[in-house]
Design a protein around this ligand. Structure first.
Ligand SMILES: NC(=O)c1ccc[n+]([C@@H]2O[C@H](COP(=O)([O-])OP(=O)(O)OC[C@H]3O[C@@H](n4cnc5c(N)ncnc54)[C@H](O)[C@@H]3O)[C@@H](O)[C@H]2O)c1
Length: 284
């Protein structure tokens, strides 16, 4: 017999989901799971804003196209009542305005998903640049978007008073943040290492000061998203890890289930870098 009064785990909780670009985005699967567990979501997507100054026409068009794809995906996959906001995590003013906008709309968050990464030394169909060829600009761009943004966005949300005191923050990482993988991961691997270290520092700072939790998940290699499909040799690496893992590669649904669990506003799990990879990490 089922109890119709039973509360769903995330009922009454609202989360910010970043990092949806299209139907292949891992963040979309997580947003769906959050909603299936009774939570509500607001979504931010990379897009053109008044804070973008001096861009080339090509760059501006790219941002506009990316945002249009994001909005279309949200409408189609999550419904037209889900609120959407443009956000570029490399621009402080843009993040500040985003926080203020949430406050103006009386949006209080029980947590947020950081599902953002970018590395210009990885290009679809091209060889990943050896670390010795990575320029300072490429290094710091990857670091800015993929790692520092966890600090910057958290600060904006905290300063604008839109992140509740027991909020849960979750970031997505990869085994390549620690180990040399089957496929080249190089520059972005360094940024993922920084991201994971930031998770631990923030877990300590925000746990002590605000009772917030900060965790990360290292997910299996996945070629179904834009970011994943750009990585040289990822399909072969996926096949290899699928074969080597005790349970085979984890799927986006597995990631979504664990993410929703870690986003719960209760519990005392923090500073964890959790594997959702079918057990691949236990292989030497
Ligand atoms: N695909 C994989 O194999 C895999 C495995 C483990 C972890 N991850 C991580 O999962 C996360 C999501 O990746 P995905 O595979 O779903 O690919 P994706 O391409 O769908 O997501 C990456 C997102 O980052 C956003 N982004 C890039 N620059 C930004 C900026 N300046 N401001 C705001 N947003 C920006 C993009 O718009 C996009 O939505 C990333 O952190 C990625 O490293 C991916």
């Amino acid at each position: 017999m089922t109890n119709s009064n039973a509360k769903l785990p995330l009922e009454g909780n609202k989360f910010l989901i970043t990092g949806i670009t299209d139907s292949g985005s891992l963040a979309l699967k997580i947003a769906k799971q959050v909603m299936a567990e009774g939570g509500t979501v607001v979504c931010s997507g990379l897009g053109f804003t008044p804070h973008h100054k001096g861009l080339s026409e090509k760059a501006e068009n790219f941002l506009k196209k990316t945002y249009a794809s994001f909005e279309e995906t949200i409408q189609k996959e999550l419904g037209s009542d889900v609120e959407t906001f443009p956000l570029d995590v490399t621009l402080d003013d843009c993040m500040e305005e985003f926080g203020k906008e949430l406050l103006k709309k009386n949006i209080q968050l029980d947590g947020y998903l950081h599902s953002i990464a970018m590395d210009k030394t990885i290009r679809p169909g091209s060889t990943v640049k050896p670390l010795l060829d990575v320029t300072k600009e490429e290094f710091f761009q990857a670091m800015d978007v993929s790692a520092y943004s966890l600090i910057a966005l958290t600060r904006s949300l905290v300063n604008c008073n839109v992140l509740k005191n027991n909020a849960s923050i979750l970031a997505l990482s990869y085994i390549g943040g620690e180990f040399i993988t089957q496929h080249p991961y190089k520059n972005i691997g360094v940024a993922k290492a920084a991201l994971e270290r930031i998770v631990k520092e923030l877990a300590f700072e925000l746990g002590k000061s605000k009772n917030m939790k900060v965790n990360a998940i290292r997910f299996s290699a996945y070629t179904g998203s834009k970011a994943g499909s750009a990585i040289q040799g990822l399909q072969e690496a996926c096949d290899f890890s699928h074969d080597q893992s005790p349970l085979g590669n984890a799927q986006p649904e597995d990631l979504a289930y664990e993410s929703a669990y870690l986003l719960r506003p209760y519990g005392r799990v923090t500073g964890t870098i959790r594997y959702v990879d079918g057990g691949y990490h236990i292989r030497g």
